[in-house]
Design a protein around this ligand. Sequence first.
Ligand SMILES: Cc1cc2nc3c(=O)[nH]c(=O)nc-3n(C[C@H](O)[C@H](O)[C@H](O)COP(=O)(O)OP(=O)(O)OC[C@H]3O[C@@H](n4cnc5c(N)ncnc54)[C@H](O)[C@@H]3O)c2cc1C
Length: 317
Amino acid sequence: MLTLQKFIEKINSRTGFTGFLAYDEPMSRHTTFRAGGPADLFIRPEGEGFPAYAALLRESAGTEGIPLFILGGGANILVSDRGLRGVVLDTGGWRGAVAEASGLLVRSGTPVDEAVEAAAAAGLGGLEFLAGMPGTIGGAVWMNARCYDRSVSDVLKETEILDEAGARRWIPARPEDFGYKKSPFQGQRALIFSARFALTPRPEAEIRREMEEHRRDREAKGHYRYPSAGSVFKNNRAFGKPTGKLIDELGLRGLAIGGAMIAPWHGNIIINTGNARASEIRALTEETAARVKAALGFTLEPEILFAGDWGEGGSEE
Ligand SMILES: Cc1cc2nc3c(=O)[nH]c(=O)nc-3n(C[C@H](O)[C@H](O)[C@H](O)COP(=O)(O)OP(=O)(O)OC[C@H]3O[C@@H](n4cnc5c(N)ncnc54)[C@H](O)[C@@H]3O)c2cc1C
């Protein structure tokens, strides 16, 4: 811990720091699963200095061999009970959306719903499909989030990143670089600063009507009833039906391990019924995949990301 303390003091003396900083910060406070152990050092820089601070932090962490995890809204990750070693950089302090003539410029830490609201207020259509989806714009771009038959890449024009060499640049969004829940940033360890969306004028009332439909639909599907990370597994055309349906048909709804349970109303959502440990959520994920494999021969691919220190045999992000 002393090493991290010295590390961050050195950085803060070079740039000045405003924001939130904590040692041993429980990740259960920062993930929608409400599970997961501590981050050694959790840091949320706030204000206009975010890009310069984040760049220095990432460069210094690289030089000193300190792991760095970039956190959006924590809506698609399961952090292990042992937590995350090194530094967690929370992008939540870098937010805001500005309407432009034919689109919206959004900072990565902006909650998705806030960006959708900003587009609506400016009478710009195109982001309605994301209404009610948890997480940040940075996470949605990184994941190429998808719902209601649309993906983020359908409206993404360009992305501003800090590339691996430490340069800040805009990358045009080329359709061939994106796929189902895939973005080019997944293989790069790029830090996303901003995204620009190509949107089209639409009457605000129409936009809001569509947004409300999506929000109501999510509500009706029980998305917000318990802590979760949305769909646990990806869909796959080869399965012939949605993954949730496969799991339903095997009668696995309600299956539980400790405090983790397959939602009684939706096969592809695992919920934290109260005090689930991350290990229980992960075990239930693996058990579900094993049962589907045994019964149907299909290999389910998790959509949620396992982050942190999973020890022997577990994966690390
Ligand atoms: C109730 C519920 C419903 C959901 N419904 C959907 C749905 O319909 N469709 C869908 O696709 N997903 C859905 N999700 C999952 C989740 O909302 C999305 O995947 C979302 O895009 C994740 O964003 P996040 O900011 O929370 O990312 P996080 O979970 O914080 O991070 C995900 C990954 O992105 C990386 N990352 C985040 N921000 C940045 C950045 N600025 N720069 C670089 N890397 C970054 C992280 O390092 C991590 O690897 C749902 C989740 C919940 C809880």
